[in-house]
Design a protein around this ligand. Structure first.
Ligand code: NAD
Length: 459
């Protein structure tokens, strides 16, 4: 089987899906490796390094895609909405692709690719289980983002981080507040501490208290009920509007006097919660820097503009996008290791061996060649689904489902699940997210308010 690594086509993307030192492991798994010429250059890897490891270098991109049985990408279609049509067209039916695909935000793209007979594995859906730790690309990239966010803050701040006692007087240490202590937040805490900041961390999941404290930061507890804050998988649960209002109120007081605020709060599959309102920003002192790592998912600060820097009465708000690409050498090294570990898991003797009952395959497999149904969406949205009532039947997806006119395929479940998710958003938000999909066509794109004639419409 031929595994191809193209040059990334997403604007500004500097990572590469495979670094030369991982070529040997994939060759050992029985894959023949082919790399597009120049694919590794922005991550500091020349063609010759790949060749030295036994990979072939291909100059012609169309030939690269046409010959590939598996394509290894960083940003595949979905995460890269404008993924070149020519590349997809060149792919042979039945080819597989591995990469960040953002399937939850782009179900329509996923469906279109399923219809083309592609097998897609989404690295961001990797289960957070011990066995898959070496494949956990989200954690790898979050580590890089957390580190870089602090450096950006230090660069933008008008004050230094460390406490200094000099002949000319004493400089007090920067006060840093990290909101959301997941992988990125913990790395931000560690980096800010190394720079000499006095750091406080907060998370809606009380379980992270020990981790925050072990890094030398203070864990902030707010007087708001958080005992239902965590899913079985260790992620944060979405909370009620009342919860967020109370949280904002209490955070507003804590954030006054901070020099740097790093926000990283995310809830999987949802828009990022707004933790810092415009009024709270107005209460911060001029010179405060906010780095909003949730900018890509709407932002934790109401004033964040994704990809831009906002100066609001002296408070600077940075909304960086695609931070891992800013450190392409290390980001590629980690991502390449994650992809290699994953491929070594699913490729045996040079062939894809997919056991859909196995957790890692089951978790990451978005579409499978020549099949309309995989279990991924049902499983992902299980938390938001009503308990099946009397008469519920298990569809092809294997999940008991009592949709009024369920055709027992994954697509029916997908529609129901997304519809429910749609309902959880406010009307404006829903329009914003869903309007590009246009009028109902009776399939999974069917999100239009009240005019749906699709067979699965539950509204
Ligand atoms: P994430 O990126 O989804 O979220 C970042 C953080 O934001 C989380 O800690 C979350 O609790 C927090 N958050 C969400 N809403 C919030 C709110 N309203 N206020 C404050 N904080 C809020 O999460 P992540 O960093 O990808 O990972 C989350 C957790 O998953 C980790 O901390 C860890 O426990 C677990 N994990 C396990 C493994 C493994 O076992 N292999 C690997 C990685 C992560």
């Amino acid at each position: 089987m031929l595994a191809a690594v193209p040059r990334e086509s997403f604007p500004g993307e500097r990572r590469v899906a495979l670094v030369p030192k991982d070529v040997a492991a994939l060759t050992k798994a029985g894959l023949q490796m082919v790399i597009e010429s120049g694919a590794g250059v922005s991550a500091l890897h020349e063609d010759g390094e790949y060749e030295a490891q036994g990979a072939r270098v291909e100059m012609d991109r169309k030939r690269l895609f046409a010959g590939a049985d598996i394509v290894l990408t960083v940003r595949g279609p979905g995460a890269h909405r404008e993924f070149p049509e020519a590349d997809l067209k060149a792919l042979k039916s039945g080819a597989a692709m591995v990469g960040f695909l953002d399937p939850l935000d782009e179900p329509a793209i996923m469906k279109a690719l399923a219809e083309r007979g592609l097998t897609l594995f989404s690295m961001e859906l990797m289960p957070r289980i011990t066995r898959a730790q070496s494949m956990d690309a989200l954690s790898s990239m979050a580590t890089i983002s957390g580190y870089k966010a602090v450096l950006m803050a230090a660069y933008a701040a008008p004050r230094m981080f460390p406490m200094l006692m000099t002949a000319a007087g004493t400089i007090t240490a920067a006060r840093v507040f990290v909101l959301g202590a997941g992988v990125a937040g913990l790395q931000a805490i560690a980096t800010a501490r190394r720079l000499g900041g006095v750091v406080e961390g907060y998370d809606v999941r009380p379980a992270v208290k020990e981790q925050v404290e072990s890094l030398g930061a203070r864990f902030v507890v707010l007087d708001v009920k958080t005992d239902e804050a965590e899913t079985a998988g260790g992620y944060a649960k979405a909370q009620s509007e009342e919860f967020y209002r109370r949280q904002q109120q209490l955070l507003g007081e804590r954030l006054r006097g901070m020099d740097v605020i790093i926000t990283t709060a995310l809830v999987p599959g949802k828009k990022a919660p707004v933790l810092i309102t415009a009024e709270m920003v107005a209460g911060l002192r001029p010179g405060t820097v906010i780095v909003d790592l949730a900018a890509e998912r709407g932002g934790n600060c109401a004033l964040t503009k994704p990809g831009e820097t906002v100066d609001h009465h002296g408070v600077v708000i940075l909304g960086p996008l695609n931070l891992p690409s800013e450190l392409p050498a290390h980001a590629s090294q980690l991502y390449s290791k994650n992809v290699t570990a994953f491929l070594s898991h699913v490729v045996k003797d040079g062939r894809l061996r997919l056991d859909e009952g196995e957790e890692i395959v089951n978790g990451t497999l978005v579409t499978r060649a020549a099949r309309s149904c995989t279990r991924w969406l049902c499983r992902l949205w299980r938390g938001s689904r009503r308990k099946p009532g009397p008469g519920a039947t298990a569809g092809l997806c294997g999940v008991a489902c009592n949709a009024p006119s369920c055709n027992r395929s994954q697509l029916a479940c997908e529609t129901r699940s997304l519809r429910r998710v749609g309902r959880r958003f406010g009307a404006a938000d829903r329009r914003q997210r869903l309007s590009p999909l246009g009028a109902c066509d009776g399939n999974v794109h069917c999100f239009t308010d009240g005019v749906c004639a699709g067979s699965f419409c539950g509204l």
